[in-house]
Design a binder for this molecule. Structure first.
Ligand code: SAH
Length: 379
């Protein structure tokens, strides 16, 4: 099989590139394009031989694209205009401009790429940008399929429900895609996470809505049941399979500060190593607490319930002593990368700070999910 010539747009840290590798498809990334400096440093650190263009997509001419003569486009356009809790600027948002430029360009290329894969957030499926995409694909003669999928479908204990579109330029139908995932439909009801930027740390801002009796830790009976069901799903691996060796984790760097514990304990999503779930890691992880990703309970002898029930009745000092018993820490960037399906060969250049690492990972995608979609697209 001849190598597919792949154009990787909005390449970030190369999640798509890793997914291609993982899929086993013979390929060559003919150009990766992104304007984020740290993401680009990480990309070229890991893929020194791939041409990486530090340019805005809308600044690249059709001639330049034609010269690349690519067979496939992989892209994750900026998702902020489409997030459910964001402002939903959609096609009016300046961040969508480059995507509209691609849609405008596609029908005018000398040769249409055979395959396209697009990733975006939940919310994209109801956007005008999606309507324009579908219209363009239909006009160009693509068949396509849209699917919402989360890494739990491939046995990874992390929620990251995303919209995917895979398109093929042929008369062949690619409607079998959902077979790639054991139980996609039942995974779709993931709880929404607040936007860390729009809802920065505000104590008490997570009051449960819409009924359900509150147990402890602002959790409703439904929340508790959902977590329990997730932890009992043996098709998903345990969080501990994705952790670094404890002796390799510099605890001082990752442990939650007393201030954070006291203010935000009730808002934390806490998981134990034996859990089969964790919430989506976003770019604010390590900076904001609410809705940015789970934290790990390192001391498993302490029962969560014993720490949290009646917590408010204690003095600040006693409260802190109780909370400290759980030994809560953030997942390290390596562990977040593991939960996002990045292989061991992926690494960060030393100069990239921890917060920056979380930031770029939060923008990236689950490598295993995308590699399955690619296999399906080409099968
Ligand atoms: N899939 C990528 C991340 C995509 S996030 C990964 O695996 O890491 C979207 C990326 O698009 C960001 O890295 C951002 O820097 C880049 N971007 C946004 N607007 C752009 C534009 N107009 N031209 C080029 N890159 C852009």
């Amino acid at each position: 099989m001849e190598k597919l010539r792949v154009l990787e747009l909005y390449s970030g840290i190369g999640g798509m590139h890793y997914a291609l590798k993982e899929s086993g498809i013979p390929f060559e990334v003919v150009a990766a394009i992104d304007i984020n400096t740290s993401a680009n440093q990480i990309y070229s650190h890991n893929f020194p031989d791939t041409p990486l263009w530090n340019k805005t997509i809308e600044g690249i001419t059709i001639d330049d694209f034609n010269k690349l003569s690519f067979d496939m486009i992989l892209m994750s356009p900026p998702c902020q205009p489409f997030t459910r809790i964001g402002l939903q600027g959609d096609i009016a948002d300046p961040r969508t401009k480059s995507f509209l430029y691609i849609l405008d360009l596609l029908p005018r290329l000398c040769r249409l790429p055979r395959y396209i894969l697009l990733e975006n957030v939940k919310g994209f499926e109801v956007s005008c940008a999606r309507e324009r995409l579908v219209k363009t694909l239909e006009e160009c003669g693509y068949t396509f399929q849209e699917i919402m999928v989360s890494p739990t479908s491939v046995g990874i204990p992390n929620s990251r429900l995303r919209y995917f579109l895979i398109a093929k330029i042929s008369t062949e139908d690619c409607s079998q895609i959902s077979d790639a995932f054991p139980h996609p439909a039942e995974r779709e009801s993931e709880p929404e996470q607040p936007d860390p930027v729009l809802n920065p740390l505000r104590p008490g801002s997570s009051q449960p809505e819409g009924g359900g009796c509150v147990l402890y830790k602002l959790e409703t009976t439904e929340d508790a049941q959902r977590k329990k069901d997730q932890n009992n799903d043996l098709s998903v691996r345990q969080v501990q399979d994705f952790l670094e060796a404890q002796q390799d984790v510099v605890m001082e760097t990752y442990v939650l500060a007393p201030k954070t514990l006291l203010r935000y304990a009730l808002l934390l999503d806490i998981v134990q190593p034996t859990c089969r779930r964790s919430v989506c890691f976003t770019k604010g992880y390590g900076r904001y607490v609410e809705g940015t990703g789970s934290v790990l309970q390192c001391c498993t002898e302490t029962e969560m319930e014993s720490v949290f029930s009646g917590l408010d009745l204690y003095s600040e000092e006693d409260k802190l002593q109780r909370l400290l018993k759980l030994q809560l820490r953030y997942f390290t960037p390596r562990e977040v990368a593991n939960l996002m399906g990045f292989p061991q060969s992926f690494s960060f250049p030393e100069q990239i700070a921890t917060k920056q690492r979380y930031r770029v990972l939060g923008n990236s995608l689950n490598v295993v999910v995308v590699s399955r979609l690619l296999q399906r697209l080409l099968s």
